[in-house]
Design a protein around this ligand. Structure first.
Ligand code: G3P
Length: 224
């Protein structure tokens, strides 16, 4: 499973990229606003800076809703760097733009997916990634993980589909583990949830015991 960080925070991206475990970045207009409210600056320059930190796909989302403007925005975003994945909404204009970009070899992340029917359309439009929002369905007491299972099952029926399931709107480590069990290709994870993945109280307790017992030996690995 590939791990993307769901953030536009340069410092968070750099910090977690140092782990060597990040495979990409996803942003969206809300994450961009959050970052620019803190730092000011220019959206396109922020995306360009993020693209220099991570070699993997960096999702940057269009703002327009109409096809003509969306296509112009998409092509401008794609020209920022070779690892840009243009993020497009799951709308008729978004999928029409997706079809054109994918035929040009430009990576596309189709976002705001909430149904298997929508995911089927995105695959037919040649999307590189489809982003089903698990957390926002769970927020409505619907079963976000069931959507992941449905999409993975449908895509597996059609070998000509190349779209990867990119699980988004992740709220906790369980979303990641259960999606991995289902064979989802990518999880885009908020920084705080990435850090939760490392944590287990028994790891902390066991390590404390190892450290204490090692100190009692009076030995040193490096001293010899
Ligand atoms: O960036 C797309 C998605 O991961 C956003 O999720 O629900 O936390 O805003 P959410």
């Amino acid at each position: 499973m590939k791990f993307f960080i769901d953030s536009a925070d340069i410092n968070e991206i750099k910090d977690l990229a140092d782990s060597g475990l990040l495979d990409g970045v996803t942003t969206n207009p809300s994450l961009i606003k959050k970052q620019l409210d803190k730092t000011g600056g220019d959206f396109l320059e922020l995306i360009a800076d993020i693209c220099k930190i991570i070699d993997g796909p960096v999702s940057a989302e269009v703002a327009a809703l109409d096809f003509d403007t969306m296509l112009k925005e998409a092509e401008k975003l794609a020209n920022i760097a070779s690892n840009i994945a243009v993020k497009l909404p799951l709308t008729p204009a978004g999928l029409k733009t997706c079809k054109i970009l994918s035929q040009k070899g430009i990576m596309v992340n189709v976002t705001l997916c909430f149904s298997a029917a929508q995911a089927l359309l995105a695959a037919k439009a040649g999307a590189t990634f489809i982003s089903p929002f698990v957390g926002r369905l769970d927020d409505l007491s619907q079963d976000g993980l069931q959507l992941i299972e449905d999409i993975v099952d449908i895509y597996e029926q059609y070998p000509n589909f190349t779209t990867e399931v990119l699980v988004a709107s992740i709220r906790n480590p369980n979303h990641i583990v259960e999606s991995a069990k289902m064979g989802a290709h990518v999880a885009t994870i908020p920084p705080n949830v990435i850090r939760q993945l490392y944590s287990h109280p028994l790891t902390d307790k066991g390590l404390a015991t190892f450290v204490a017992d090692w100190e009692k030996t009076g030995q040193s690995i490096l001293a010899a």
